[in-house]
Write a protein that binds this ligand. Structure first.
Ligand code: FAD
Ligand code: SF4
Length: 509
């Protein structure tokens, strides 16, 4: 009699109650499977990071006295899918019960529920013991509302969890949100902290992944691999972030620069999303840093808002809308991705940098994802499902529950405004204000027409002109539509002609 317990690649939480004491009747199963490497084309570093962290987690469980069955990608006994491997292992261990932690992705949740339903032995889904909220909590909070304001959700979370509060209903500093203080461009100082992450040589693992025929893209960087493998490394990274970067996080959260790829961001999303770190401890550490006078309130609040606010909120949006969210397409955009999404080879300096570093590091920070790559994708009318596939594959932290609402909802406005109060788009003026990209770009940030005109400019006006019916009534866009109304019809027509020319030749930009 034994219980087979499945651990998915993003469930590497050593504090889970499953592991409180070794249980001779429990067998823990981890598997590297083609089902998971192949559902979308992944960045090489994402595959290496998840497999390496799974291997390390299995090692730790074994050392702690747990029984572990690990199926490597090249194990001849590996059937490369969850149901086939589980059938074989249930038979091998004559398991009398099957248990799994609630998956965060709808795809896996459905697959495992279907699998459990047809089993001859009892099956049980347990909580993953990670998030602040239940899957359906945001849906309950916003019941009956068309638009889900993150700020409303965030305040509820602050009050419920007593984070940065001066008293009941009273936020510390008299303000809930210091977003307005978080919009400075980066002048070059203070210096970007050195990359504090350790290095690992994963060449052997990478070879076995390649030999197994797993397709991927991006730089593997297997010899000098830098994403954390386990909780100890993730905790070290959290310490380093709090000491070296959090003090400046608030100020430069939205800044963009050619000279630094991380700036003062934490790079903690991989460790959080694979559950090596718990969001409660990360939030508590940032709040403590403020209380002990090490960081300004605006920095601690700005960081905490991302985790206690945005991260939990997008998860609620995901579960309230799945399945079906992944195919939403409010603007009916159909344009395929330009080839340079896979190479970074474009003369647009902002996109060359943001996509180039995504391919190199499997990472871009939020504003690069939203206001450079996502901004272009929306203005150019790229198919949101293809944009979603790219984001889901390229980023080290991309798991559908968090990536999809960010891409399809926040960045592409494909849900028609459930998540975002207006489309996140801009002309070159915003990018120039927040970055040093435009100086030295092939394109002219000020021009709307002509060979060297920055493509963002014509695309921007064309986007609002062609979507007037959908957007003109949005109170946050009043100024844009007033400006558009003042534009001479011939100028607008010229911008629209230029935009359609650009869309015809996206590969050549
Ligand atoms: P920091 O800037 O240091 O922020 C701290 C933490 O806050 C992050 O680690 C993350 O856990 C959380 N966070 C910040 N912003 C968000 C957000 N909007 N939604 C959810 N959590 C947030 N984040 C992912 O974890 N996975 C994704 O696949 C993902 N895809 C995105 C796609 C698009 C189009 C956009 C605009 C954003 C996406 N984000 C995603 C959110 C955000 O960009 C990343 O969480 C962040 O860049 C990760 O880097 P960091 O750890 O250095 O974050
Ligand atoms: Fe990007 Fe336009 Fe600036 Fe060039 S000029 S960096 S394309 S915004």
């Amino acid at each position: 009699m034994s219980t087979l317990r499945l651990i998915l690649g993003d469930q590497l939480n050593p504090a889970h109650s499953w592991f409180s004491a070794p249980d001779a009747h429990a067998v823990y199963v981890l598997m590297e499977i083609r089902q998971e490497t192949d559902y979308v084309l992944h960045h090489a570093q994402k595959i290496i990071a998840i497999f390496a962290a799974m291997r390390d987690f299995a090692r730790q469980l074994g050392e702690a006295g747990h029984r572990v069955h690990y199926l490597a990608i090249d194990d001849p006994a590996n059937h490369q899918s969850l149901p086939a491997n589980l059938d074989a292992l249930i038979a091998q261990y004559t398991a009398s019960t099957f248990e799994y932690q609630a998956p965060d992705e709808w795809r896996l949740d459905r697959q495992l529920a279907d699998y459990a339903a047809q089993l001859a032995i009892p099956a049980r889904r347990v909580d993953s013991e990670h998030f602040h909220t239940r899957r359906d909590e945001a849906a309950q909070l916003f019941a009956g509302r068309k638009q889900w304001l993150m700020e409303h959700f965030y305040r509820q979370m602050r009050m419920r969890h007593g984070v940065l509060m001066a008293g009941p209903g009273k936020p510390l500093g008299g303000q809930w949100n210091f977003d307005h203080d978080n919009r400075k461009p980066w002048p070059g100082l203070p210096r970007e902290p050195t990359d504090w992450r350790g290095e690992h040589d994963h060449s052997a693992l990478w070879q076995s992944i390649e030999k197994a025929g797993v397709a991927s893209f991006g730089e593997p960087n297997a010899k000098r691999f830098r994403w954390p493998l386990n909780r100890d490394e993730a905790l070290q990274q959290l310490d380093d972030f709090i000491a070296e970067a959090l003090p400046h996080f608030g100020d430069f959260q939205d800044a963009l620069t050619i000279r630094a790829w991380r700036l003062f961001h934490s790079l903690l999303s991989f460790a959080l999303n694979t559950k090596m770190l718990n969001p409660r401890e990360v939030v508590a550490r940032a709040a403590e840093a403020y209380e002990s006078g090490d960081v300004p309130l605006a920095a601690a609040e700005g960081f905490i808002r991302q985790i206690l606010g945005w991260r939990e909120y997008v998860r609620g949006v995901y579960w309230a809308n799945m399945p079906g969210y992944e195919t939403q397409n409010y603007f009916d955009h159909r344009q395929p991705l330009p080839a340079w999404f896979w190479t970074g080879n474009t003369r647009m300096r902002c996109l060359a940098q943001a996509i180039g570093q995504s391919l190199e590091h499997a990472y871009a920070h939020h504003i690069q994802r939203l206001m450079v790559i996502g901004n272009f994708a929306l203005l150019a009318g790229l198919n949101p499902a293809a944009v979603h596939g790219w984001y889901l594959g390229v980023y080290i932290d991309a798991f559908e529950w968090v990536e999809l609402p960010n891409t399809v909802g926040m960045s592409q406005f494909s849900d028609g405004g459930q998540l975002a109060t207006k489309p996140y788009v801009s002309s070159a003026a915003y990018i120039d204000r927040m970055s040093d990209y435009c100086k030295g770009c092939h394109y002219d940030k000020k021009a709307r027409l002509g060979e060297r005109a920055c493509p963002f400019n014509a695309l921007y006006w064309d986007f609002f002109a062609r979507n007037g019916e959908r957007l003109a009534g949005n109170p946050r866009l009043g100024m844009v539509y007033r400006q558009l109304a003042k534009m001479r019809p011939t100028d607008l027509q010229a911008a629209q002609d230029k935009a359609s020319e650009i869309r015809k030749h996206l590969d050549l930009l």
